[in-house]
Design a protein around this ligand. Structure first.
Ligand SMILES: C[S@@+](CC[C@H](N)C(=O)[O-])C[C@H]1O[C@@H](n2cnc3c(N)ncnc32)[C@H](O)[C@@H]1O
Length: 178
């Protein structure tokens, strides 16, 4: 697995930022945090902010944000009011750049991260995930245990960026530790 450099905030970052900038609550988790742009916005309105990335380059000093280097949220057990993910989402035969390569259909990394989030959500948690029209979005909208909808879109010249919002389905709330 290679890493070229820390992902700089881009159109996808700003689209996600639009969705979460006015949200308030107690705890927030930003998975795939990269530069920490989204985590910093969350830290204005949330008491606890945790930010994870598989790349240790993200580890920084910030008294308002706990940065953790791990795969997805594998180091975490708590539940969060808000979870954000701007994952690598471009279709790719292999993962050669972890900032952008998302697997064959562009969703393989995203799918596993979203499924992992189910165990970190409570009944009012909101999960926001970025993806692209170049990837198999319909699969992301059909994850067992989650109710999903597209809440934001931005057309670029070669793709449309989207943000999916997901909440726990009622049945998943009844069996929160599956
Ligand atoms: C598209 S960049 C987004 C960065 C930042 N959130 C933003 O919006 O500017 C994707 C980030 O996901 C990280 N990443 C890739 N696979 C990951 C995984 N399995 N777990 C955690 N982070 C991962 C990469 O290192 C990269 O920083």
């Amino acid at each position: 697995m290679n890493k070229i450099n820390v992902y700089k905030p881009s159109d996808d970052t700003f689209l996600l930022a639009e969705c979460i900038k006015d949200l308030k609550g107690d705890s927030a988790l930003d998975i795939c945090t990269g530069s920490g742009y989204i985590a910093k916005i969350l830290s204005k309105n949330f008491r606890i902010v945790v930010a994870t990335d598989i790349d240790k380059c993200i580890l920084k000093r910030d008294e308002r944000i706990s940065y953790i280097c791990c795969n997805g949220a594998s180091a975490l057990k708590s539940r969060f009011d808000i979870i954000t993910i701007n994952p690598p989402y471009l279709p790719s035969d292999m993962i050669s750049d972890i900032t952008v390569d998302g697997g064959n259909e562009g969703i393989e990394v995203t799918l596993s991260l979203m499924e992992e989030c189910i165990n970190l959500m409570h009944e009012k948690s909101r999960l926001f995930v970025v993806s692209s029209s170049l990837s198999n979005i319909s699969r992301l909208l059909d994850i067992e245990g989650l109710e999903t909808k597209i809440v934001k879109k931005k057309r670029l010249w070669f793709e449309e960026l989207i943000v999916i919002e997901a909440n726990l389905k009622y049945e998943a709330r009844l069996h929160p530790y599956h």
